[in-house]
Design a protein around this ligand. Structure first.
Ligand SMILES: [Zn+2]
Ligand SMILES: [Zn+2]
Length: 323
């Protein structure tokens, strides 16, 4: 695994092309997110209760932090730390519950973008390069069909894993047991808030952060030769579990820590530190453990971090990782 590129699963050669292709409406994807959002918008306010809202918040926090950010992204996709296989399954399963895709679907989507954004040019779909509403329609309801797409080959450890194959086949159905449990404890109100509203908000929020993280916001690093650069979205740091320090992620894709500075709060990183303390995470990668990346250029000292965090950190005498 090449840390600098995040992934070797995209097999590209002279015949592949990240630029030309067609964006097509995907009925299943579109109806999935469309119906979750409609149920959330119409039934959510009618069935609101504070306990249902608490179920929504706890559900979002677990699936986004342990699941999407740490399990799926930092562990499965980037191998940025090691953990016992059963814990990995549990975290990836929580990531499946976000309701975005199965493990292979998400990995493919991530790696294709990662590869395309490092090329000098890529299709607007892959760089969130159109206007806000067009991008919303594209990312939430359509897919890109490249004319000459690269092959996608996950490593055998993951490709041949029966548990991950099962999660991939059934990822949409995995909301069903959750819905049944929620119904048993809290009726329709818990189902609407704990499944429909949660899936709708998390999937839409994921797109929203992806849109801004490739269009505007502070930057500390520039990756030489890459057609698309990442930006930080400081306001979304806590909600995104630290994923929105996206400029850092383009700079150090293989780092388990994404908020690299003391004023860049990163809940996913805190979760990995807690796992380490429990003896459940090891071989944790950060910029300090990784080789120099020659293509990386420091462009600014302003990391765009949160001023309040910077102040608190200064009180406690914290030192930045960089600079
Ligand atoms: Zn990116
Ligand atoms: Zn990544």
């Amino acid at each position: 695994m090449d840390w600098a590129h995040g992934s070797d699963r995209i097999i590209a050669d002279a015949s592949t092309d990240p630029v030309h292709g067609r964006v097509r409406w995907k009925p299943v994807k579109s109806i999935w997110i469309g119906s979750m959002t409609l149920v959330a918008l119409f039934a959510g306010p009618l069935l609101f209760s504070w306990d249902a809202f608490a179920v929504f918040i706890v559900g979002c926090a677990i699936t986004l932090c342990a699941g999407h950010s740490v399990g799926m992204h930092r562990r499965l996709i980037h191998n940025s730390f090691e953990c016992p296989l059963r814990l990995e399954y549990l975290m990836v399963y929580s990531g499946v519950l976000v309701g975005m895709a199965g493990p292979f679907g998400l990995m493919h989507q991530h790696d294709l973008r990662d590869w395309a954004q490092r090329q000098p040019l890529c299709h607007d779909f892959l760089k969130h390069g159109r206007g806000f509403w067009r991008d919303a329609w594209w990312q939430l309801h359509c897919d890109l069909e490249l004319d000459r797409a690269p092959r996608f080959m996950p490593e055998p450890r993951i490709a041949n894993d029966a548990v991950y194959r099962w999660m991939e086949r059934t990822w949409m159905w995995q909301q069903l047991p959750i819905a049944l449990v929620l119904f048993a404890f809290g009726g329709w109100s818990w189902v609407v808030w704990g499944v429909a509203a949660r899936v709708s908000v998390c999937v839409t929020g994921h797109w929203l952060i992806g849109y801004f993280a490739h269009n505007e916001g502070p930057m500390r690093w520039r990756v030489r030769g890459a057609g698309v650069q990442g930006h930080d979205v400081p306001i979304a740091a806590l909600l995104s579990m630290g994923e929105s320090w996206h400029n850092n992620h383009h700079a150090y894709p293989g780092s388990a820590r994404i908020g690299l500075n003391h004023d860049q709060p990163d809940p996913g990183w805190w979760f990995i530190l807690a796992l380490e303390r429990l003896g459940l995470a090891s071989n944790i990668q950060t910029p300090a453990t990784m080789p120099e990346r020659p293509a990386l250029v420091r462009v600014s000292n302003d990391d765009g971090g949160c001023p309040a965090c910077r102040m608190v950190a200064r009180w406690f005498g914290a030192r930045p990782v960089h600079g």
